[in-house]
Design a protein around this ligand. Sequence first.
Ligand code: FDA
Ligand code: NAD
Length: 435
Amino acid sequence: LGTVKYFKYIILGGGVAAGYAAREFERQGLKPAELAIISKEAVAPYERPALSKAYLNPKGAARLPDFHVCVGSGGERLLPGWYKEKGIQLILSTEIVKVNLGSKTLISAGGETFKCQTLIIATGSTVIRLTDFKVEGADAKNIFYLREIDDADKLVESIKTKKNGKAVIIGGGYIGLEVGAAMKINNLDVSMVYPEPWCMPRLFTPPLAAFYESYYANKGIKIVKGTVAVGFNSNENGEVTGVKLKDGRVLEADIVVVGVGARPLTALFKGQVEEEKGGIKTDGFFKTSIPSVYAVGDVATFPMKLYNDMRRVEHVDHARKSAEQAVKAIKASETGKKIAEYDYLPYFYSRSFDLSWQFYGDNVGEHVFFGDNNPLSPKPKFGSFWIKNGKLVGAFLEGGSPEENKAIAKVCRLQPTVDNLDQLKKEGLSFATKM
Ligand code: FDA
Ligand code: NAD
């Protein structure tokens, strides 16, 4: 039997939430060798959103160590040396393959055993693969997914090898829209394929989507909607050459990037802990049903106080904030102090080309579009409000200034009454900025 490595605290996963949790531990007071982060990635925690944006730039691309956490929220950049200096063990390139939550024992693929007093689960999500649905030929070379830095490196390599080639993007969600734009900026001939009638259907309303689709089309991106990939053609080297669509068409392809969604990495804990809505169920302090086990970031299904229901959120702002909340709660429980329950206002954003949008709140109920969504406008600025039960609950804004974005966040938190939707449409953004 090998030796057991013991730590007071272990964070399982080395992504966004892990990095922000480490910073919070340090702020709250940490002794050397109390905390370990175990990650299957080979690098210290970094701001994952960069991978589908500046990491893919043809010139001046972002590279580590530029975007280690916590630069994405304007904080200090935690280089590997920071962890060393604070006595935090960064155990990298180490995949945990077995977990016993009751005894808080973790076993790695290499056979090492780790134990702790308090465990924070921060394993994030993994990509949904077309091979999961047995799509014919989906294991061909040059079909890429994007989750970790290794994936991004492979994609960057292929962009260099297939210079000016044809790229097909499968999926019209976040990855599809961001990577589709990045591939076009790299001078590839880009087509996007997705099954829905418009892109990003889980957030965009038709007038919002209409803008982005026209904007992308004006950049020369071909959009193929209402169909899916049912197979891939490949050459004698096993490299993808074409995407077969359900409607019978075949799109030529040198590179395929698939972004058809993510699924939280909870398999290691199945049957050991309560789950809800596909994630690990927590309270407003990110405590799970097992004592001294916390779950944060993409894997947690937590009480969304503002809407009085349980939600899972797959976005970076929540990964950061839930990690901080869990560490505050752990430290408070040790000293018998009380902290306030998590009270999260959802915040999502995306950037591509010269575009940049932010969304706050809940996209439910009726929606009211405002502003100028002409894709040929020099500086388009438009958005949408969502109104449920006579209250404004959600807001989206493209091209907003920092003050305007702050204003829509505030209004979604306040949830003012809206009596007249026509009046709201007329007022548009000023409804939020005047508050
Ligand atoms: P995260 O995925 O960051 O980290 C999980 C870590 O756990 C990884 O290091 C993984 O290797 C490790 N791990 C998992 N299982 C393990 C095991 N068994 N053993 C050891 N280690 C293990 N959001 C947003 O709001 N705006 C944006 O612009 C973007 N952009 C974006 C781009 C791309 C390419 C992706 C993939 C995602 C985004 N997101 C985003 C989403 C955002 O990045 C995501 O919600 C957070 O990274 C979630 O943080 P977590 O720490 O929960 O998981
Ligand atoms: P997503 O859920 O945003 O989009 C998935 C899309 O896949 C759907 O909109 C649909 O168009 C498409 N789709 C589903 N099945 C398909 C099929 N069989 N064929 C073709 N298209 C199909 O997921 P994603 O874009 O893959 O993103 C993965 C994860 O990364 C998510 O957690 C997301 O939140 C996160 N992410 C977030 C951002 C951001 O917040 N800006 C950016 C990148 C990634």
